[in-house]
Ligand binder design. Structure first.
Ligand SMILES: Cc1cc2nc3c(=O)[nH]c(=O)nc-3n(C[C@H](O)[C@H](O)[C@H](O)COP(=O)(O)OP(=O)(O)OC[C@H]3O[C@@H](n4cnc5c(N)ncnc54)[C@H](O)[C@@H]3O)c2cc1C
Length: 271
């Protein structure tokens, strides 16, 4: 008689073909709405910094997948993700409970528009993000290619509450202390965190701060200039729309993988 199947054999037997099954390495919870996790990277998996992949979990007998920006850079041996916790969300109500050693599924083909290839050369790169929209930029600000292509990189991150900014601050600290990134990045990267619902030195929606000019005054840079400035935007549909209007008003055009231009956009979530 065959020995009874081990639990992980049973899980493995249900994993669909053409999907990677990776092991969770660490999990860090920031607030009751946000967490970060790292998992193993399949040896054959290639992606460009800023792209997203479909990740998932087996829920009962069925896999549930959602789009996730890969927050780690393309050179990293592990994969990092920064995630929302939606209380009744089909994926994140389960994903928020993962622990080191658990299995997370990932479809094999990454894609996305927030990539350096979709931008024409410029001097200053703005990355405008709200909430988990910082995830693709967490990848790009840790990629040396970003600093080869741009003299200055400005990451804006807007959240409702101060506690929701912590992932961004942790990234800055990690870059500063990293053995080779610290030197490559130097003073080229500027972090501009703002909050909308609590007292904080930098307050308000990024579009309001652009329109009033406070963003540029605070950073000590001139207003947007099409020959110099490039942009990437990742946030809610409303934030993308409003930011896009301001970039277009300044004379920047939207680009894509097959038609590089001055700025690119991607939704941080659907809904
Ligand atoms: C291109 C792309 C990249 C994405 N990258 C990420 C990422 O890096 N990290 C991440 O957490 N999510 C990301 N998402 C959203 C993600 O795909 C899921 O929607 C999210 O994980 C919630 O899944 P769910 O099944 O629990 O709930 P869903 O049924 O997918 O969502 C339920 C509702 O929750 C809200 N919601 C979903 N995601 C978010 C979010 N990120 N922030 C605020 N509200 C949200 C929306 O109102 C949505 O209608 C991305 C989405 C797209 C399209």
């Amino acid at each position: 008689m065959d020995a009874p199947a081990r639990t992980d054999d049973v899980v493995a037997a249900k994993i669909p073909d053409g999907v990677y099954a990776e092991t969770v390495l660490s999990v860090e919870h920031y607030t009751d709405r946000l967490f970060r996790f790292r998992m193993t990277r399949p040896s054959g998996f290639r992606f460009r910094s800023g792209e997203f992949a479909m990740i998932g979990l087996m829920v009962g007998d069925k896999p549930v997948y959602r789009a996730y920006s890969i927050a780690s850079p393309s050179w990293d041996e592990e994969l990092e993700f920064f995630s929302i916790k939606v209380p009744d969300g089909p994926l994140t109500s389960h994903l928020q409970a993962i622990k080191p050693g658990d299995t997370v599924l990932m479809r094999k083909k990454p894609t996305g528009t927030l990539v350096l290839d979709a931008l024409t050369p410029g001097k200053r790169l703005y990355m405008f993000s709200t909430g988990t929209g910082i995830a693709p930029f967490a990848s790009l600000i840790r990629d040396p290619d970003t600093y080869d292509m741009f003299e200055e990189v400005i990451l804006t991150h807007t959240c409702r509450e101060v506690a929701e900014l912590k992932y961004g601050f942790d990234l800055m600290e990690e870059i500063r202390n990293h053995e080779f990134l610290g030197e490559i990045v130097g003073t080229k990267l500027k972090h501009y965190p703002t909050v909308t619902r609590e007292d904080y030195p930098y307050q308000g929606r990024i579009t309001d701060l652009m329109e009033s000019g406070k963003l540029y005054t605070d950073l000590g840079v001139p207003p947007l200039e099409p020959a110099i400035d490039r942009g990437m935007i990742c946030g809610s549909a409303a934030m993308l729309k409003d930011t896009k209007v301001l970039l277009e008003k300044a004379g920047l055009n939207e680009g894509a993988n097959n038609k590089p231009a001055e700025f690119v956009i991607e939704r941080a979530f659907v809904g």
